[in-house]
Ligand binder design. Structure first.
Ligand SMILES: C[C@@H](O)CC(=O)SCCNC(=O)CCNC(=O)[C@H](O)C(C)(C)COP(=O)(O)OP(=O)(O)OC[C@H]1O[C@@H](n2cnc3c(N)ncnc32)[C@H](O)[C@@H]1OP(=O)(O)O
Length: 139
């Protein structure tokens, strides 16, 4: 499996994961999460909002951060401990969201890592935040 044990991590390491958000993704997320906010699923309602069209759930885009942490950096076995999020700009249907994480601090005594977490659309940050995770030891 890809990924890193705690001992293999160093400050400055980065990884990314990109996905284009489709209408189906938004409808499935609404169904799974129960968040049927009309700004996401009702085109007529959304047309009357400041965004003028449906936008993705913030937590759907933020889920791409979880994907990077759980599959790439640190990778399989990572345990989420905390996550801050600022939703800076909307994500629209058809936008490609790239989640980028960077290791910013390591606590060897507790095998904890802190990572900056950013989601970009066209190079512009749509989400900014910070994750704290617990990382398995080698072996
Ligand atoms: C619950 C669910 O069903 C709903 C959702 O999931 S909605 C989807 C997720 N959210 C979004 O997509 C919103 C994305 N964000 C935005 O579109 C904009 O940030 C905003 C419309 C919320 C605010 O924009 P605006 O009113 O233009 O604000 P300014 O850029 O003019 O900034 C003014 C000050 O506010 C600060 N600020 C702006 N956004 C945020 C944020 N998300 N978090 C924290 N602070 C924010 C900004 O820095 C300015 O601060 P200053 O001190 O005055 O410089």
């Amino acid at each position: 499996m890809d990924g890193f044990a705690f001992e293999e991590l160093s400050v400055g390491q980065t990884a990314r994961f990109a996905k284009t958000i489709t209408e189906a993704d938004i409808l499935m997320f609404a169904a799974v999460s129960g968040d049927t906010n009309p700004v996401h699923i009702d085109a007529e309602h959304a047309a009357g909002t400041m965004f003028k069209q449906r936008i993705a759930h913030g937590m759907l885009s933020a889920g791409l951060i979880s994907a990077v942490l759980g599959t790439r950096l640190p990778g399989p076995g990572t345990i989420y401990m905390g996550q801050t999020l600022k939703f800076r700009a909307p994500v629209k249907i058809g936008d490609t969201v790239t989640a980028v994480v960077e290791v910013t601090a390591l606590d060897p005594a507790k095998r904890r890592a802190t990572l900056s977490t950013t989601c970009l659309v066209g190079g512009k940050p749509v989400i900014e935040g910070e994750a704290t995770v617990m990382v398995p030891a080698r072996g």
